[in-house]
Design a binder for this molecule. Structure first.
Ligand SMILES: Cc1cc2nc3c(=O)[nH]c(=O)nc-3n(C[C@H](O)[C@H](O)[C@H](O)COP(=O)(O)OP(=O)(O)OC[C@H]3O[C@@H](n4cnc5c(N)ncnc54)[C@H](O)[C@@H]3O)c2cc1C
Length: 535
């Protein structure tokens, strides 16, 4: 039997598995992603990539390409509205313009690009960076011992089996994760509240949509609740149906026994007209759930994406949360695999990501109840928190943050001001006549971001990083040809002689906000704490 050795095995090669492979490759870690399907996604599914996700894709040079494809596929900056029927017009407006009021907090915008168009871009970039994929291959089993993980793979065409030996594995195998089940991890939360369907269809929708700038249209009709999403040139789309019948006592299983005729009827009802010919192309069956795994790690295996958390699509958070899991895990695995950080750093993955997942899942559930399921009791839902706190404002509290913050678990990104545990703020800088974001200074390495009088800290940081064998790039505004137009210190909550250390995932790990003297010793201790090591 063929035997393969890789540092990291990724079970699943869809949105999250591919992202994990890509981010690991960005850190120079060769990962093998094994995917049951024969290629990248064939259904649109996720489309809304939030600013944080685009920021991460920007770090691997994919932002422009994604935006270009998005412009071909979607009305730009489309709104999120509700209707009783598409023909009848809006009954509520949740978001008028996708990027209104959020452009100042990030160099990136929210983008719609469906999963089947995004995945080929991710795959190509991952391969270019050194990742490997095996499609049409099933991971049959995963076992582990103190030295590594062993997985058995089966080629779906030839039936040939092979063995993979890896140091670590990531289970990015989706909501029904076999690996999660094999490891005995349980999902906890609201469980299934609807057996839903996504009906993909073709129809000439131009007469209804040509003058609209809608990206997602919730349908709250006496006979069904769900949402439409349309692509240009409005000749196709999908309708999700979550519940049918009386809204106060709905049928929550619209999936079992759904016929093509009934699916067609749903579409005509939601369109509000039978005059437009419709062809049903495909029906996907899925469960609307809001659950989080009780553990994100079992020994050398980590859950990421839908295997770790499942949420309804209301809010468009599911795929984004998974991509951000992968990004959080990649730098930690890279440091541990290269011997520059101890195993304990990997414990911080669950400590940091599980609370984010729980918060996001609850917010997706709240949006589900508010936007589409009035029958579910509002008593069981958490209060609505604005999107930016969810997308950019979650706060990590772990030993890899110095000191671990004890304040709120999320905040508005305009109010975080470089607090350790929050995403390092975006500030526009100028270098050689070019506009760059502070975020463009970060990379697979640690970064010192300093005020205009923080050169001493920069020197100390270089010395401390050399001692600890960590890569660290120091930048002080006013030097390195970087002009911040006086905006950086306030944004990062530091004095002109102060600085922040940003982790490889773009989160502030520590900052010197007062005028304490620069010290290599302090920074050595800080870098050791941020990597869970000893100075
Ligand atoms: C209608 C709809 C709209 C949505 N819209 C959005 C949105 O706008 N924004 C957003 O962020 N999210 C959205 N989501 C959620 C998003 O689609 C998911 O969160 C995302 O696809 C999860 O990605 P994943 O890679 O974790 O899991 P999956 O996409 O489920 O991928 C798991 C992969 O693992 C493979 N696999 C499983 N078991 C094995 C095995 N044993 N061996 C090999 N391969 C295996 C599967 O074949 C699959 O390809 C939406 C979901 C739906 C249903």
């Amino acid at each position: 039997m063929r035997e393969i050795e890789v540092p990291v095995l990724i079970c699943g090669g869809s949105l999250v598995g591919m992202s994990a492979a890509m981010f690991l490759a960005q850190h120079g870690i060769r990962a093998l992603s094994v995917e049951y399907h024969r290629g990248t996604a064939i259904h649109p599914r996720a489309a809304l990539a939030n600013q944080r996700t685009i920021e991460l894709f920007r770090t691997v040079g994919l932002e422009d390409l994604i935006c270009q494809r998005s412009a071909e596929q979607f009305v730009q900056n489309g709104g999120i509205v509700a209707v009783e029927t598409l023909r009848g017009g809006t009954t509520a407006e949740f978001i008028a313009d996708l990027n209104e009021g959020v452009r100042d907090v990030s160099p990136c915008e929210r983008v719609f690009l469906s999963q089947n168009a995004l995945e080929p871009l991710l795959k190509q970039r991952a391969v270019d960076l050194g990742a490997e994929f095996r499609f049409a291959t099933e991971v049959i089993s995963v076992t582990q011992d103190s030295s590594g993980v062993t997985a058995c793979l089966r080629d779906r065409d030839t039936g040939e089996e092979s063995i993979v030996h890896a140091k670590y594995a990531i289970a990015a195998d989706g909501a029904h994760s076999r690996i999660r089940q094999q490891l005995g991890m349980k999902m906890q939360g609201h469980q299934t509240f609807s057996h839903s369907v996504t009906i993909y269809f073709r129809a000439d929708l131009k007469p209804l949509l040509w003058d609209k700038t809608w990206a997602v249209v919730y349908v709250n009709h006496p006979q069904l609740r769900g949402f439409f999403r349309f692509e240009k040139p409005f000749e196709s789309g999908f309708l999700v149906v979550n519940t049918a019948g009386d809204a106060t006592h709905p049928v929550t299983d619209v999936s079992t026994g759904l016929t093509n005729e009934r699916a067609l009827q749903f579409i005509h009802t939601a369109l509000g007209t039978y005059a437009i010919p419709v062809t049903v192309e495909n029906i996907m069956h899925w469960n609307a759930r809001a659950d989080v795994a009780d553990k994100f790690r079992s020994g050398r295996v980590f859950l990421a994406g839908d295997s770790a958390h499942v949420m309804p699509p209301t809010g468009g958070f599911g795929g984004n949360t998974g991509v951000q899991d992968a990004h959080n895990l990649a730098w930690k695995l890279a440091l541990v695999l290269s011997g520059r950080a101890p195993e304990q750093l990997l414990d911080t993955y669950e400590v940091e990501r599980a609370p984010v997942a729980t918060f996001t899942v609850e917010q997706a559930y709240t949006r589900y109840v508010v936007r589409t399921a009035p029958d579910l009791k509002p008593a069981g839902m958490q209060p609505y928190v604005q999107d930016l706190n969810i997308e950019l404002g979650y706060v990590y509290r772990s030993p890899a943050i110095v000191p671990p913050p004890d304040g709120p678990s999320h905040m508005h990104p305009r109010e975080s001001h470089g607090l350790p545990g929050t995403r390092a703020p975006h500030v526009w800088l100028e270098r050689g006549g070019q506009r760059v974001s502070t975020l463009d200074l970060f990379g697979p390495h640690f970064t010192l971001v300093g005020g205009p009088a923080a050169q001493e800290w920069a020197h100390c940081a270089a010395a401390a990083a050399a001692q600890s064998k960590l890569a660290l790039n120091p930048f002080c505004v006013g030097t390195n040809g970087l002009d911040d137009h006086g905006n950086l210190t306030a944004a990062y909550g530091i004095e002109p002689a102060g600085c922040a250390i940003v982790r490889p995932d773009g989160f502030v790990g520590w900052r010197s906000s007062s005028n304490e003297p620069a010290s290599t010793r302090t920074l050595s201790t800080v870098l050791a704490q941020m990597t869970c090591g000893s100075a």
